[in-house]
Design a protein around this ligand. Sequence first.
Ligand code: HEC
Length: 170
Amino acid sequence: MITYKKFLVYILTPFLFLFVFAGCSAKSSSGKQVNDIHSQKNRECYTPGLGDMMSTVQHHHTKLWFAGINKNWELAEFEVNELQETFDSISEYHGDEFDVGKLIPEIIKPRLKETANAIGKKDVVAFKEQYRELSSGCNSCHETTEHEFIKIKAPTQPAFTDQEYGVEVK
Ligand code: HEC
């Protein structure tokens, strides 16, 4: 004969387990949710600093030179576009720092446009001339923003030796 007390134990025990495990899994899943929110937030909030973005500018600036002098106009056009985009991001995310949001359209944008024109004409002499103008634009902004100790010039050797700069001769 099942007593009323035993009956209660049989009936209630599974519910008790359910309650405990449900509680645990709810806790761990909400813990995971919190982690997800954190990593998502970090991803959304992470913006490279102005100096980091300038390092990106430097990469494209140096590659642009070897693309241009090797008459790899497709790569040169790509690099000049990357420079435009990076300066746009700098304006967007760091416009207030050292007033760069105002200085970029004044100093560097017109020079980038002229460089792009020389590339469009596939003219090495004009390219070299505009590259010098572009680099002097970099320096003029570094002076204006009291970073005159950062001096940019045309590179003498490729910094990235794992990339072909010339056009493949078939
Ligand atoms: C609108 C102004 C402005 C222009 C234009 C500009 N820069 Fe800068 N650049 C700065 C400022 C300001 C810093 C200092 C950033 C900091 O304080 O972290 C800087 C820093 C740098 C650095 C130092 C990063 C490092 O860690 O060594 C390099 C390299 C650099 N710029 C390259 C360039 C090149 C190349 C160009 C041109 C294609 C250029 N910059 C154009 C304002 C400018």
